[in-house]
Every structure is written in structure tokens, then in C-alpha cells.
Design a protein around this ligand. Structure first.
Ligand code: NAD
Length: 498
């Protein structure tokens, strides 16, 4: 057995970052953070409560009302955002090492996510400089134009899958548009989030613009959602949590962006390039340990190629390399936390009574401890099975046959979620018509999940409300004020003159 790589200089204590200073919780409380390979506590993080959120919101509010950030020219903010991207890029290996250690993500995939985080800052830095707003003219009569303004303190609540990258996805546009923020990262994985403060300070972000409060969702997250001075909440996480946040934010009429769960289908027609479809659908559900919102966790395969697909898919799935997250040859690492491991293993057991197990089905050989799950494939899964309907969020996939295009569509749409869909066919007309009919916020045709940052990102049905991505993120984080000007004679209805 090779010795395990442990990152150097791991902290054993993580604090909040409020108004430019690292601080503990007011009540001194902490929570344990586990290493997913040993499930031992390797650090304690400050457990924020409502009083800590109050301080963070006050600091963010002060920076918004009296600080320079909202009033800086887009170009000036963009320079700082590019510096942030430069720093993230220059530290990608260290970021990946820490992210992989904390979350169990394979190191090569964590490296890709770190680079994507830098790209998110670069993208929004460029976008805000290029931003133009609408003007509408009625010659000689009226002109109308739009003033775009930052809204205030944005509350950002993020999940534990690809934490650093998902935080950058919200931080990039929230900051680019001139808002100030309070970030509440997921309690399973606070390590990489703690690095933002140093990166932002080094890049020259003014004090109080970025604030971070660690803590449990029901405490710190809840207090952020219910804080009257936080007009915006951008949330990514489970659909169930999204419902709670929606209800809690309702009395305040907050702006909400909800990126929620998924149970996305990959539909493979008999005319598809089978090898490419198998590669993409293996990657689609087993990358990021299957802890991926857009995972293609249901594969629908047209009957004439069904048996061949299942056989080849199962053989390839058995060869997917499970290993230590820090090992560069690892393709599937350890799941984030023992609670999540129990949930995924519970579904593996349920699946054994619902479908035909053709690969995996439990702990992989040679891994007696840690949150390891063998890539698991169930075939012949019926539509009403729980493993067909419910988000598992692990390396587990359900394969189901279909006979007609209508049946494929009914199966694809027959769940409560609607985040992504992947269609494999060489029939041009069918691919576009099928994409149009699928209830999903995003569709990939003959492709795995490769996303252009300009495109809308978001789900339908239980997968989310609102869209982020490109200009839609700018819209979410800004108010658009319409200004109307009369150019000619004013046509006033004259009330009360007679
Ligand atoms: P989660 O809903 O349990 O937690 C997400 C965040 O919400 C955490 O920071 C948590 O502390 C906080 N939270 C929990 N309860 C809260 C409450 N009552 N009030 C305020 N905040 C609260 O989700 P998770 O398990 O961390 O993440 C996995 C889920 O995220 C999956 O369902 C996955 O599909 C989804 N996800 C969606 C996208 C997307 O873009 N659609 C992307 C990544 C992950």
C-alpha cells in the first residue's frame, strides 16, 4: 500500500471573515470537518449563528453604502477581478490539492474546477466592461434608457460538490456588478472557501466587500435568508432546501436564484455513435464522484442496441479507477461525508430490488474504510423505481430500454426534475425536435457536459427557478431602472380644467 499524500500546512481551525478580519463565532462554537478518506476530524470550523450573520451583513452593508466598490467604474472593478483570476490560476495546484483533500474529489478533476473558477472571474470581468444597456427611441417624442444599479448585499449559499468553483460562479457576477456579499459555504467542505479572503485581499478588493460566515444551514444559512438587509439570495443545493429558503424569503420579497437538484436523462438512439455515447455517459455520471447536479444518472437506450449498450457500459464501468482522491490516476474518489455515503449506499441496496445489477453494487474491493462506492450500474430499471425517480448524487446509474421516440420522451420527462438532458442520435431533425420537447433547462446533443459560459444555466420543474450564466447573472445581481424623457411637446391629459 502506497503512503497517502496529505497536503502540507493544513489548518486545524477555520474562522469567519468579516469586515476584513478573521474572527471566531461570537459564542465560540465550532463544528467538525472530516477527511472523507478516514472520516476523522481534521479541522474545526467556526459555527456561525444569527449574531455572526448580523455582523457580516453590517460589514457588507457599510461597504455597499459608504465604500468605493459599487461606485467604481466597471473597468476598475474588472482589473481587480482579473487579478483574482490570475492569483487563482497561479495557485491552481494548491487549490486542487486542498479541495480534493476536503471533498474527496479526484485531484485531476479538482484541478480542472480550480481553473474554471479563475475563468468565471475573467468572464464576468470582461462582461461587465462590455455591458451595454437598452435605449428606446421614438424620434421627436420620447427617449427611454436604462440605468443599471447594483442591488446591495447579496447572500450566497453554496453546496459541497465542487465548492470552490460553485462559489466563484456566484462571487464573480455578484462582485462584478458592484454588490457586496456574504458567503455561507457548505458545512461539509469549508476548506477552499477559507482561501478566498487572502486571494481577495491580495487582489485589492476593498474591505467589507467580501464576507464569509461558516456554519450549519439551519443556523447560519437560515439567518442569512431571513436577514432584512440582504435583498438577494443566490442558492445552489437540494430542491428540498430550496423550498424551505423560498418560504423563508417570501415575507421579505427577496430576489431569489435557485439552482437545485437533478435526475437528468441521457437518451441513446440506435443510430448514435455508440462508442462516443458510452464514453460520454460513463463520464457524465461517474465524474466528480457522481456528485454532480447535471449528472446523466438515467440512461434511456433504444431497444435494438440496448443489450450491446448495457454489456459494453457495464464492462467499462467496472474498469473505472476508484482510488485515493490525491492520486492522479484516480477517476472516482471518496464521497464527501459518511452521511452522504450512507444515503448513496442506501440507494444501492434499494436498486438491487428494483433493477438488474450489472456493475458495482457496494464498496469496491481493497477499500475497507472511507466513503468509497464502486461505480454501480443497474439495467432494466422501470420508470416507477426510486432509483429512476430520486436524485442519488453518487456513482450510481439506472439504464432503461425504450421502443419509440414517444416512449423515450415520456420516460425522459417522467420525473420531477428538469435540469439537463443529453441526446445521442445522428438524425438531425430528430435531435432538434427532441431537444425542443424535453423538459430540461439545458440539452446537449451528441456531447457530454461542455458549457460555454455565455449560455443560460438553470433548471425547470424541481431543478430550479431563474437562470444564471452570462447576461442573466448580470440581470439577477442588478436593478434595471427605466428613465423616460419627453423630447417634444408634452401630451398631458388635462384633468380638472373645465
Ligand atoms: P443542501 O441543500 O443540503 O445544502 C446547500 C447549502 O444550503 C449549504 O450551504 C447548506 O448549509 C445550506 N442550507 C441548508 N439548509 C438551509 C436552510 N434551511 N437555510 C439556508 N441555507 C441552508 O445541498 P448539498 O447537499 O450541499 O448539495 C447537493 C445538492 O445541490 C444536490 O441536490 C445537487 O443537485 C444540488 N446542486 C445543484 C446545482 C445546480 O446548479 N442546479 C449545482 C450543484 C449542486
Amino acid at each position: 500500500m502506497t503512503t497517502r499524500h496529505i497536503p502540507a500546512d493544513l489548518p486545524d481551525h477555520i474562522q469567519h471573515y468579516i469586515g476584513g478580519r478573521f474572527v471566531d463565532s461570537i459564542d465560540g462554537d465550532t463544528f467538525d470537518v472530516l477527511d472523507p478518506v478516514t472520516n476523522e476530524t481534521y479541522l474545526r470550523a467556526a459555527a456561525g449563528k444569527a449574531s455572526d450573520i448580523d455582523l457580516a451583513v453590517a460589514a457588507a452593508r457599510e461597504a455597499f453604502v459608504n465604500g468605493p466598490w459599487p461606485r467604481m467604474l466597471p473597468r476598475e472593478r474588472a482589473r481587480i477581478l482579473h487579478r483574482i483570476a490570475d492569483i487563482v490560476e497561479s495557485r491552481d495546484a494548491r487549490l486542487a490539492e486542498l479541495e480534493s483533500f476536503d471533498s474527496g474529489l479526484p485531484i485531476t478533476q479538482a484541478l480542472g474546477q480550480a481553473r474554471r473558477a479563475a475563468e468565471n472571474f475573467r468572464f464576468f470581468a470582461d462582461l461587465i466592461v462590455a455591458q451595454a444597456d437598452d435605449a428606446f427611441k421614438v424620434p421627436g417624442r420620447q427617449m427611454n434608457y436604462v440605468n443599471r444599479k447594483p442591488i446591495g448585499v447579496a447572500g450566497l449559499i453554496t453546496p459541497w460538490n465542487t465548492p470552490f468553483m460553485l462559489e466563484s460562479w456566484k462571487l464573480g457576477p455578484a462582485l462584478a456588478t458592484g454588490n457586496t456579499v456574504v458567503l455561507k459555504p457548505a458545512e461539509f467542505t469549508p476548506l477552499s472557501a477559507s482561501l478566498w479572503a487572502g486571494i481577495f485581499e491580495e487582489a485589492g478588493l476593498p474591505e467589507g466587500v467580501f464576507n464569509l460566515v461558516n456554519g450549519l444551514g439551519e443556523e447560519a444559512g437560515d439567518a442569512l435568508v431571513k436577514h432584512p438587509d440582504v435583498p438577494l439570495i443566490s442558492f445552489t443545493g437540494e430542491s428540498r432546501t430550496g423550498q424551505i429558503i423560498f418560504a423563508n424569503a417570501a415575507p421579505f420579497l427577496k430576489g431569489l436564484s435557485m439552482e437545485l437538484g437533478g435526475k437528468s436523462p441521457a437518451i441513446v438512439f440506435a443510430d448514435a455513435d455508440l462508442e462516443a455515447a458510452i464514453d460520454a455517459t460513463i463520464f457524465g455520471v461517474f465524474s466528480l464522484n457522481g456528485e454532480r447536479c447535471t449528472a446523466g444518472s438515467r440512461i434511456l437506450v433504444e431497444r435494438p442496441v440496448y443489450d450491446e449498450f448495457v454489456e459494453r457500459y457495464a464492462e467499462q464501468a467496472k474498469r473505472v479507477v476508484v482510488g485515493d482522491p490525491q492520486d492522479p490516476t484516480t477517476e472516482v474518489g471518496a464521497l464527501v461525508h459518511p452521511e452522504h455515503y450512507e444515503k448513496v449506499m442506501g440507494y444501492v441496496e434499494i436498486g438491487k430490488g428494483e433493477g438488474r445489477l450489472v456493475a458495482g453494487g457496494g464498496r469496491p474491493e481493497g477499500f475497507p474504510t472511507g466513503n468509497y462506492v464502486a461505480p454501480t450500474v443497474f439495467a432494466d430499471v422501470p420508470k416507477d423505481a426510486r432509483i429512476f425517480q430520486e436524485e442519488i448524487f453518487g456513482p450510481v446509474v439506472a439504464i432503461t430500454p425504450f421502443d419509440t421516440e414517444e416512449e423515450a420522451l415520456e420516460l425522459a420527462n417522467g420525473v420531477r426534475y428538469g435540469l439537463a438532458a443529453y441526446v445521442w442520435t445522428n438524425d438531425l431533425k430528430r435531435s432538434h425536435n427532441f431537444a425542443q420537447a424535453i423538459e430540461a433547462g439545458m440539452v446537449w446533443l451528441n456531447s457530454n457536459n461542455v458549457r460555454d459560459l455565455r449560455t443560460p444555466f438553470g433548471g425547470v420543474k424541481a431543478s430550479g427557478l431563474g437562470h444564471e450564466g452570462g447576461y442573466r447573472s448580470i440581470d439577477f445581481y442588478t436593478d434595471q431602472q427605466a428613465v423616460h424623457i419627453t423630447l417634444g411637446k408634452v401630451h398631458n391629459p388635462s384633468f380638472g380644467k373645465n
